[in-house]
Design a protein around this ligand. Structure first.
Ligand code: ADP
Length: 267
């Protein structure tokens, strides 16, 4: 790493992060701290900047100097390979079109560990098989990725991320295309990775009830800015959601686990 500004904070920090694809910024002055071991949901209306934020903190999009930090060092100062070992980014399901076998996708998680021109060894196959067992996709190992269902694709991508053994997993709407069984399955896998392996999880999510059920902390974006952040109880409030989503809502609490259900269309 070269000389750089250091910042004392969380595992991932953004500081006055502004980003534009063209001229108009789609993220404005975003300052956040994500601590190691957190399970954080990024919520907000369509186009509020959730995907863009994940891509920036995952090193997928280029960041300006002094705006994004990982372990107190500027993201831009990390070697691509070091970053790939530490942070896994899983795109939205609709962006997953890979004409490879499932096993090859999972083995891609091992690539940052391989030296140039070398091939995966027995240990890499073992790690990939364990990851596929964990997400229950081992039976699809030889299938073409493009020929499995949306839920299976998500599980394969998570297996690939597990075999990468990152500290942080960033997932862009991992459940939005799935039925409720697969939604629960994916979120329970992530919960397990968070609780048992201390992985830091950051998810962009649409479903506010699932966000409240699984995330310990929520970041609510509106038009590219952080509108508020805090626990699900602090963020999922009637007046906040009505202002951000521009729709009347009613909020119920599930007696079983205290999670919040946001129902639109009530005056
Ligand atoms: P969200 O994930 O909350 O739906 P996005 O981060 O995808 O929001 O998008 C934020 C804004 O950036 C939107 O206005 C979107 O149209 C725009 N945007 C996203 N990707 C691109 C791109 N590749 N080029 C230009 N504009 C983009």
């Amino acid at each position: 790493m070269t000389e750089e500004t250091e910042i004392s904070s969380g595992l991932i920090t953004t500081q006055g992060l502004t980003f534009a694809y063209t001229e108009e910024p789609v993220l404005r002055d975003v300052s956040l701290n994500i601590q190691a071991g957190e399970f954080t949901g990024v919520i907000g209306p369509n186009g509020s900047g959730k995907s863009t934020l994940l891509k920036l903190i995952g090193g997928i999009l280029p960041v300006s100097p002094n705006t994004v930090f990982f372990k107190n060092h500027e993201l831009g100062h990390y070697k691509k390979r070091d970053l790939a070992i530490s942070i896994a980014w899983i795109p939205q399901e609709k962006q997953m079109a890979f004409s490879f076998k499932v096993i090859d996708i999972v083995l891609m998680g091992r690539h940052p560990y391989l030296s140039p021109l070398s091939f995966e060894g027995k240990n890499d196959y073992q790690i990939a098989a364990d990851a596929m067992r964990q997400t229950q996709v081992l039976q699809f190992a030889q299938r073409n990725f493009n020929e499995i269902s949306g839920g299976e694709k998500q599980r394969v991508m998570i297996a690939s991320a597990i075999s990468q053994n990152p500290e942080v997993m960033l997932l862009d709407e991992p459940t939005s295309a799935l039925d409720i069984k697969y939604q629960m399955e994916i979120l329970n896998i992530l919960k397990q990775l968070n609780e048992q392996e201390n992985k830091t999880i950051v998810l962009a999510m649409h479903d506010l009830h699932l966000a409240s059920k699984f995330c310990k902390r929520l970041i609510l974006l509106k038009e590219g800015s952080v509108f508020c952040e805090g626990s699900p109880e602090e963020v999922l409030k009637k007046e906040i959601l009505e202002e951000v989503y521009e729709v009347k809502v009613k909020i119920f609490q599930d007696d079983a686990d205290g999670s919040l259900l946001v129902v639109p269309g009530h005056s």
